[in-house]
Structure formats: structure tokens, C-alpha cells
Design a protein around this ligand. Structure first.
Ligand code: GTP
Ligand code: MG
Length: 345
């Protein structure tokens, strides 16, 4: 296959934040809305990731995202755990991400893992937006399911609006204490210098159109050049987890951020004792909308293109390391690829 110079990959969006602030609920809501709007099958549950194609983003965001204005293919969300013991997974998610959503419970404000996530984003220079979640819990809130945030905000009583404002300005203040100038997203002109805060509810879907619109807008404006990859080229990815699977032995949960990986491809993976050279036996993905933790049924794929989450089954993966690079060798001298992997360990 030859390279298509016009091909853009999906931006990878990490969802970070303190425990219980609603990261998983937000992604569940995005998946659920897509399904209820007849988009079943359009959204795929990847390994640790959720792919939302542009058309689906557009139908969820209504007039806030007009598909014709965009040429990026959609968004790939990576969920991360908020519990304090998972800091390596958060760091890995943050390092992989092109952009991020920092989820903050609007009542709870900044908490230790919010601060930790901010540090990761600052260190990796990852652009991000803040989702001020759970606005539906504001006393006196009158929910308008799935509405854009300004519409529902204007429909509230003065008292409810004031209470929400207090919480939002608290968060904006905490961001500014952390050295980030921030404001409600519709007041932000330049997203490179200012952090946009998007009030949302993972429960009612309020503000989700806005969140999707901001993420698409940010990606399109600032990420487009980085998204120009050779989608037919040899795959590059990062290992999220090494897991034993019945019938496959040790497997790799990988986020692919460049190129393609095919069944039978020779790959080099970072391992405890140095690079491991092996061959892809199977490319696996959980069946649509089934959770990988509870469902052992995988769909087998011939090839996977970036950006994507996929499980790789191959021999000799016992010593592979989470966080390590994975490279498809295809058409290049093996030694060069081994060196590349070594350089990243
Ligand atoms: P960890 O993965 O443990 O870090 O948590 P999380 O950030 O993924 O939080 P999760 O989505 O599991 O939500 C935690 C709790 O908050 C659950 O009981 C959710 O139902 C609730 N919750 C999440 N978002 C909202 C919201 O917008 N409104 C309300 N009322 N509850 C919410
Ligand atoms: Mg979660």
C-alpha cells in the first residue's frame, strides 16, 4: 500500500481527573447518546479507548460541530483511573495524548489527583480543556438533557445560576493559582494561552455538545499538522498494559498513534531486559459496547490503523513493559527498529 499524503489520523484525547469526578461516566454518556441517536456501531469500544467518528460527533453536537468544517476523522478518547495508586497509568495516558480533558467535580473543585493531572499536562505540554462536571447537582438545577450549556444555563433560575457561577469561578481561581489563565470556554479567544472551562453533566448530557465542539475545534486548529501521518506506514504505538488472556498468553493492550499494524507483522516491543522481537499472531478488539473487563469475547481483525486501541497477541511477551514503545518492522532493517525502541526505553 502506498502513502496517502492527505490522510489525517484521529487525535488522541486523554480523560484525566480525581477519583469519582466522572471521567468514565462522561465517556459512557458519549457512547450512550451515540447509540440512542441511531449511531450504534459508529462508536467502537477499543482497548481502553473509545473512538467517536466525526459524523457522530457532529450529530451529538448539533450546530456546534458542522462536519463540513472539519477534516479530522473524529476523536479517540482514552479513559484513565483517578485513584491515587494509578499515577503511572495517568502519566502514560497524559504522555500519549494529543489533547486532554481534565474532569473536575464542580462541587468538589481541585483535589490531589486533579493537581497531579495538571502537573502531567504541564510537563508534557499537552493542551487541555477543563470539564466542570456534575452541574446537574447544583441546588435548584432544572435539567435540559443533552442541551448546549448556554441554553440550559439561561433556562435556570437566578439562584441556581449564581450557585453554579460560584463553583465555576472557584475552579477558574484554582487554575489561576496553578499558573493557568482560564475562563469559561465561550469567553476564550486564544486556546493556546487560556484554558477553557466547559460546564457539563455526565448524567444529563448537558454541555456535552460544547465539550465535543471545543475538542474538535482545538484539534483542528492546533493539531492538524501533527495528525498528518502515513496511515499505511509501519505502525507505532505505546503499551498501556500487559495482560494474560485465556488462549493467548501474555498480550499487549496498545494505543496505536501512527501507521498500521497487520496480523503477521514483525514487531519490536520494549521489555524488562531490552527490546523483544516477535510476530503478531492476532489483533483483537472487544465486541461493540462490551466491556473488556467483563467480556472475554474478542473480535479478530486483519489490520488496525492509527489512532486506535488494540490488543496484540504474540509469542514471548511475558517480559514486555507497560509504557514501552511498540514498532512494526515492515520494510526496514530490524537493527534500526531495535535501536529506535532502545532509545525510547
Ligand atoms: P475513577 O475511575 O474511579 O477515577 O472515577 P471516575 O472519574 O471515572 O468517576 P465515575 O464516572 O465512575 O463517577 C463517579 C460517580 O459520580 C458515579 O456514581 C457517577 O454516577 C457519578 N457522576 C458522574 N458524573 C455525574 C454527573 O454529571 N452528575 C451526577 N449527578 N453524578 C455523576
Ligand atoms: Mg473511571
Amino acid at each position: 500500500a502506498s502513502a496517502d499524503p492527505g490522510s489525517l489520523r484521529t487525535p488522541i484525547v486523554a480523560v484525566l481527573g480525581h477519583v469519582d469526578h466522572g471521567k468514565t461516566s462522561l465517556l459512557d454518556k458519549i457512547r450512550g447518546s451515540a447509540v440512542s441517536e441511531g449511531e450504534a456501531g459508529a462508536i467502537t469500544q477499543h482497548i481502553g479507548a473509545t473512538a467517536v467518528p466525526l459524523d457522530t460527533v457532529s450529530s451529538m453536537a448539533g450546530e456546534l460541530v458542522v462536519a463540513d468544517d472539519f477534516d479530522l476523522p473524529g476523536l479517540l478518547f482514552i479513559d484513565t483511573p483517578g485513584h491515587h495508586s494509578f499515577s503511572t497509568l495517568r502519566a502514560r495516558g497524559g504522555a500519549l495524548a494529543d489533547i486532554a480533558v481534565l474532569v473536575v467535580d464542580v462541587n468538589d473543585g481541585f483535589q490531589p489527583q486533579t493537581e497531579e493531572a495538571l502537573d502531567i499536562l504541564q510537563r508534557t505540554g499537552t493542551p487541555f480543556v477543563v470539564a466542570a462536571n456534575k452541574i446537574d447537582t447544583t441546588p435548584g438545577w432544572n435539567p435540559n438533557p443533552k442541551a448546549p450549556v448556554q441554553e440550559t444555563y439561561e433556562a435556570q433560575t437566578d439562584r441556581a445560576r449564581e450557585r453554579l457561577d460560584e463553583n465555576l469561578y472557584e475552579i477558574i481561581g484554582q487554575l489561576s493559582d496553578g499558573g493557568f489563565s482560564a475562563d469559561l470556554y465561550w469567553r476564550v479567544q486564544n486556546f493556546q494561552n487560556n484554558i477553557g472551562v466547559v460546564p457539563v453533566s455526565a448524567m444529563t448530557g448537558e454541555g456535552i455538545p460544547d465539550l465535543l465542539a471545543v475538542l474538535m475545534g482545538l484539534s483542528q486548529r492546533y493539531m492538524k499538522e501533527e495528525m498528518e501521518v502515513d496511515l499505511a506506514g509501519p505502525g507505532k504505538g505505546t503499551v498501556l498494559e500487559v495482560k494474560d488472556e485465556k488462549g493467548f498468553g501474555a498480550t499487549l493492550d496498545v494505543v496505536l498513534y501512527d501507521g498500521t499494524v497487520e496480523e503477521g507483522d514483525r514487531i519490536v516491543v520494549g521489555g524488562v531486559e531490552g527490546p523483544i522481537v516477535t510476530e503478531v499472531r492476532a489483533l483483537l478488539r472487544p465486541r461493540a459496547l462490551s466491556e473488556i473487563r467483563t467480556e472475554a469475547e474478542f473480535e479478530r481483525l486483519d489490520a488496525v490503523q492509527a489512532a486506535s486501541g488494540v490488543k496484540l497477541a504474540a509469542p514471548n511477551l511475558d517480559d514486555a513493559m507497560a509504557g514501552a514503545p511498540v514498532r512494526v518492522v515492515r520494510g526496514r532493517p530490524l537493527e534500526d527498529v531495535i535501536e529506535e525502541v532502545e532509545a525510547e526505553l
